[in-house]
Design a protein around this ligand. Structure first.
Ligand SMILES: [Zn+2]
Length: 468
């Protein structure tokens, strides 16, 4: 028997763009609106919708109902080591984390860290994530990472990273185990356009199976030789998997130029950070159809650059999304990233206008532009816009409900502005992924939520003993 949920009376912000005309929302906002969910899909959005006899009603009066948020870049395995390197730049983070505590993670720790890391995201209203899994010392670690992600119930892409830092070869090829992973766990992958097609498993949403797809987290030209980079790109494209690389942070010049030289640019490449790229390199990404992931916290806190790539990406119409990147040095939510992205972009614009003694009354970007990056933009980056990223009938029911009744959110103006200005994970009351509750009345729910905290603490105890 099918299951129906009716979310009633909320301020519904659909981000719906089904007209596809680029002129804005098709459904727009629906104040006092209702969202009907049947099984895993949104079936209707309107006002005064009637529940059936077996419908589960979720009262959303005084709440904002938005599409589930989308984090396009996070190292989810780090869930158990949040806050580990708060003062470190990228140069300290490498030895402390990537060739440090990463190596102390057993496969069981990777499972625990990833499960908890996904819970951190779900708790903050993030229903889809790009998991850049780069602590894969072995095939067991890879399987453990995927299992944690899958059991959390979150949607997203598992970007297979590596190679394991314990490898003797200082410049080894991307792990060939990625082929095994694709064939075993993502049997449909690679058969389509190479943009993340192919579902994981059987579509049984009870354990999150069916919500994950696979990609390749490559080192890219900044972190390997040109020859090895060409081989890695060829491997990813042979497997038909989308590619994600870190580029354009401080100290890593010319990455996109190198890709052009080697004929490797393409719409299947996602560029993380990108803040130090030249204008010509940003133009190359735009012309090739690549996507950008903006990571404000780590860009600014970890000396990856000065201003995040927000404005320079948007003014070129590059498909862009936001990313938390590492919870070792950043928070766990996208509200902070939206605030920081907007503040940094305004600061960049302010610096230019103040230098001309040009005082303006209003700035170009709105908080709604940031929400778009954190929802529909992110879905486009991950190749998932057909199934998530907006509240559109026919799409998966990935929905985040934020309580606006607290003093810091009960405002006079646009509720989306209030959300971006002041919300945090604790304001997220209810989260649905594919029509299933991941958080309800402020508490994480689901099959694995209860054990995730205990497993995370066990891993923390073990890691403390290992690094003592
Ligand atoms: Zn990263």
């Amino acid at each position: 028997m099918s299951k129906e949920i009716l979310i009633t009376g909320g301020h519904v912000v659909t981000l719906d763009d089904t007209l596809g005309d680029g002129l804005g929302d098709a459904l727009g906002d629906v104040p006092g609106g209702d969202v009907r969910v049947r099984d895993c899909v949104i079936t209707q959005i309107g006002v005064g919708l009637r529940p059936g006899p077996d419908t589960e009603v979720v009262d959303a009066r005084g709440r904002l109902v938005v599409p589930g948020l989308i984090d396009t870049h996070r190292h989810v395995w780090q869930g158990a080591i949040a806050g580990f390197t708060p003062q470190m730049t990228g140069y300290g983070y490498g030895p402390a984390v990537l060739t440090g505590i990463s190596l102390d993670h057993t496969a069981a720790d990777i499972y625990a860290g990833t499960l908890w890391g996904a819970m951190q995201a779900l708790d903050a209203g993030i229903t889809t994530i790009g998991d850049w899994a780069h602590a894969l010392q072995s095939a067991d670690h890879a399987d453990a990472n995927l299992r944690g992600l899958r059991e959390s119930g979150i949607r997203g892409l598992f970007f297979y990273g590596g190679p394991g830092p314990a490898d003797d070869d200082p410049n080894p090829p991307h792990p060939l185990d990625a082929r095994r992973m694709r064939d075993e766990h993502f049997p449909g992958s690679g058969s389509g356009s190479g943009s993340g097609s192919g579902n994981s498993g059987t579509g049984n949403s009870a354990t999150g199976t069916g919500r994950l797809r696979m990609g390749m987290a490559l080192r890219g030209p900044c972190f390997t030789s040109p020859e090895r980079n060409r081989q890695d790109f060829a491997f990813a494209r042979e497997l038909g998997l989308p590619i994600s690389i870190h580029v354009g942070m401080a100290g890593t010049a010319d990455a996109v130029t190198a890709l052009r030289r080697d004929g490797l640019l393409g719409p299947d490449v996602n560029y993380i950070h990108a803040n130090q790229l030249t204008d010509e390199e940003m133009d190359l990404i735009a012309a090739s159809g690549g996507t950008v992931t903006i990571t404000p916290s780590t860009d600014m806190l970890m000396q990856f650059g000065t201003y995040p790539a927000t404005g320079r990406a948007l003014e070129r119409d590059i498909v862009s999304g936001l990313g938390v990147d590492t919870v070792c040095s950043a928070g766990t939510d996208l509200f902070s990233e939206m605030r920081l992205a907007l503040a940094a972009e305004r600061s960049r614009a302010n610096a230019e206008s103040l230098a001309r003694n040009d005082l303006v009354h209003e700035v170009a970007l709105h908080q709604r532009d940031m929400l778009r990056l954190a929802t529909l933009g992110g879905a486009q980056v991950l190749g998932l816009a057909d199934e998530t990223g907006s509240l559109t009938p026919g799409k998966q029911a990935d929905i985040t409900i934020v309580d606006l009744r607290s003093p810091h959110l009960d405002g006079f103006g646009d509720p989306v502005a209030m959300l971006v200005l002041g919300a945090g994970p604790a304001d997220v009351e209810t989260v649905l992924v594919g029509g299933e509750f991941a958080k309800r009345d402020g508490t994480l729910v689901g099959t694995h939520a209860a054990k995730a905290r205990d497993l995370m603490h066990e891993t923390q105890d073990r890691l403390r003993a290992a690094i003592r």
